[in-house]
Design a protein around this ligand. Structure first.
Ligand SMILES: Cc1cc2nc3c(=O)[nH]c(=O)nc-3n(C[C@H](O)[C@H](O)[C@H](O)COP(=O)(O)OP(=O)(O)OC[C@H]3O[C@@H](n4cnc5c(N)ncnc54)[C@H](O)[C@@H]3O)c2cc1C
Length: 533
């Protein structure tokens, strides 16, 4: 069963490897796990819902609790410490567009706010009700799931918005196709959630981000239904799909999406290289991005991230041998790992690999022996489970991300993690922070920073520390002209920083559009536009 207060299925628990635990204790100090709240106690304290009866609206406290929070650090803190805050007054599970329309009409009569809920994997406060005195209805898309239609000639597959990643790939792979969209939250995140947050999969360099894969679909809004036909291309005015992408539920509910799929690649490999230092890793990465080779993924870790990943990987004997091998070839302690993805017909993959080997030689890159890349692929959706084990060991972990032009990548990569590391110095606490470039473009790159610090005895202190770290990183991003989110979206946590990016007129346009789709302001006020009352 899915964990109510952490990540993933509760039958899976991956411990922190002994070497990783020792490394963390050395870097930030020994963690002290806070006592976890019991589900029964938290459920018992939830007040009754305030919505009028409706046959499709579930009002039991546990269902409401399980749909009240996402996966941000404040969400974890709220659930793990048994202080969930506002939860929805009811949760509905419509089975089709007509039921969604009926529920929107019901919300209108009840004066309720509405939150569309996909997989609840938002890390930016995207699925949490506000506390404005109105009743809140969460509409889960869980029953609007599965592939509806497949146009095999046009490579277009229509999915219910609530279809989760593994189900998308299973049905497509059975037909020799793939979407190729693999956010790390793949196990639980949904087609509708991807569209609503403009998500990016790990292999988006090759397959495209969701905005490249979203060909059309249907949005049910309080003001009506918006159909978005999947034209292969169109010069008929501005593209309304771009309004829906990233709308985070503010315009209405995506009920189905037509996605551009691709034939399953004959071959897929994940070669791994190590560069002697960050300067050369960056130059190698930029050269690859500009070479316009058919690469599906470029993921470049700073020395701090390379060190941490190897420490947390376990298998100490194998890693010792790897470190010796790399050091003998010039990639010593300052080494940086660059993980690549290649997919396609066998000959194309081989030709691409040969071209990469040529570029690698120019920068002193060493190809890692063994199956490092294959192991990464096999375990890539298990990494988030580590967050449970780290919490149980007394550590909070969070991530933040942005994208900047190449001219600012190095600057920000050198600024973000050190700023976070010093962020709790006034409290005498250390922070471990490290960065990788997760999605690389010819014009620039995303930066993805993970930070880890000790949980305090008092959850309010932990929350205040997190807020301080989040604010200083967000301010650094905005100062350097980075986007406040390359992939996680805006939610409530990033909303204060959006005006810096969109400008006054841009924010007014977004608010006007939201008002046209949702005249009474029912659709999740607070998210995206930061307009909670
Ligand atoms: C461990 C972990 C790893 C992650 N890795 C990635 C990653 O690699 N790439 C990435 O892009 N993101 C990642 N995320 C963030 C998150 O998974 C994405 O934002 C994802 O797209 C959210 O999908 P969801 O179905 O869970 O949506 P939810 O969390 O349920 O909702 C997110 C937002 O979209 C709205 N929404 C959801 N469904 C609909 C709908 N049908 N119609 C209208 N609005 C809707 C919600 O109201 C909310 O505002 C990660 C999160 C976690 C916890």
């Amino acid at each position: 069963m899915r964990r109510w207060n952490g990540w993933g299925d509760d039958s899976i628990s991956d411990p922190v490897p002994a070497t990783g635990a020792a490394t963390l204790a050395r870097l930030v100090g020994e963690g002290t796990p806070p006592p976890p709240a019991a589900l029964a106690d938290v459920v018992a304290a939830i007040p009754p819902g305030r919505l009028p009866a409706h046959p499709s609206v579930v009002i039991d406290a546990e269902t409401r609790l399980r749909h009240g929070r996402g996966q941000s650090l404040p969400d974890w803190l709220a659930l793990r410490t048994g202080r969930p805050g506002a939860v929805p007054d009811g949760v509905a599970f419509p089975a089709d567009g007509a039921e969604v329309r009926d529920l929107l009409a019901y919300a209108e009569v009840a004066g309720a706010r509405v939150i569309p809920y996909g997989g609840g994997t938002s890390v930016v406060g995207g699925v949490t009700p506000g506390d404005d005195g109105a009743p809140w209805l969460t509409i889960s898309l869980a029953r609007l799931a599965g592939m509806r239609r497949l146009d095999a000639d046009g490579l277009l597959a229509t999915f219910g918005a609530g279809t989760v990643g593994p189900d998308v790939e299973a049905v497509l792979r059975a037909r020799g196709l793939t979407l190729g969209h693999f956010p790390q939250s793949f196990e639980y995140s949904t087609v509708g959630g991807w569209v609503a947050t403009r998500s990016s999969g790990q292999q988006s360099v090759g397959f495209g981000r969701i905005e490249a894969l979203f060909a059309g679909g249907t949005l049910e809004a309080p003001a009506g239904t918006l159909e978005m036909p999947p034209h292969p291309a169109s010069a008929a005015g501005p593209d309304l799909r771009q309004l829906v992408l990233g709308s985070e539920g503010r315009l209405g509910i995506v009920t189905e999406a037509v996605l551009r799929v691709a034939p399953l690649p004959a071959v897929e490999i994940f070669p791994t290289f190590f560069l002697p230092d960050w300067e050369r890793a960056l130059a190698f990465t930029r050269a690859l991005a500009r070479a316009r080779l058919p690469i599906t993924m470029i993921r470049t870790s700073t020395p701090a991230e390379t060190y941490t990943n190897l420490a947390l990987a376990g298998h100490e004997t194998v890693l010792r041998a790897l470190r010796r091998y790399l050091a003998a070839r010039g990639a010593g302690p300052g080494r940086c790992m660059v993980l690549l993805g290649l997919a396609g017909p066998r000959r194309l993959v081989l030709v691409t690999l040969a071209a990469i080997a040529g570029i690698a030689h120019d920068f002193g890159a060493v190809r890692a022996p063994g199956r490092l890349g294959r192991q990464w692929q096999a375990g890539r959706f298990r990494t988030p489970y580590l967050r449970n084990a780290l919490w149980d060991a007394g550590y909070a972990v969070d991530t933040l991300e942005t994208a900047v032009p190449w001219s600012s990548v190095d600057l920000l990569a050198r600024e973000l993690a050190p700023a976070l590391r010093a962020g709790l110095a006034a409290d005498g606490e250390r922070v471990h922070a490290f960065t990788h470039l997760s999605h690389v473009y010819p014009t620039g790159s995303s930066l993805y920073t993970t930070f880890l610090f000790r949980l305090a005895d008092d959850p309010d202190v932990t929350l205040a520390r997190w807020r301080r770290l989040k604010a200083l990183a967000s301010e650094a991003i905005v100062r350097r002209g980075g986007t406040i989110s390359h992939q996680h979206g805006v939610g409530t946590d990033h909303a204060p920083y959006l005006p810096a990016e969109k400008g006054i007129l841009g924010m007014e346009v977004l608010a006007d559009v939201a008002r046209r789709f949702d005249p009474a302001g029912r659709m999740h006020p607070g998210v995206l536009l930061g307009d909670a009352s």
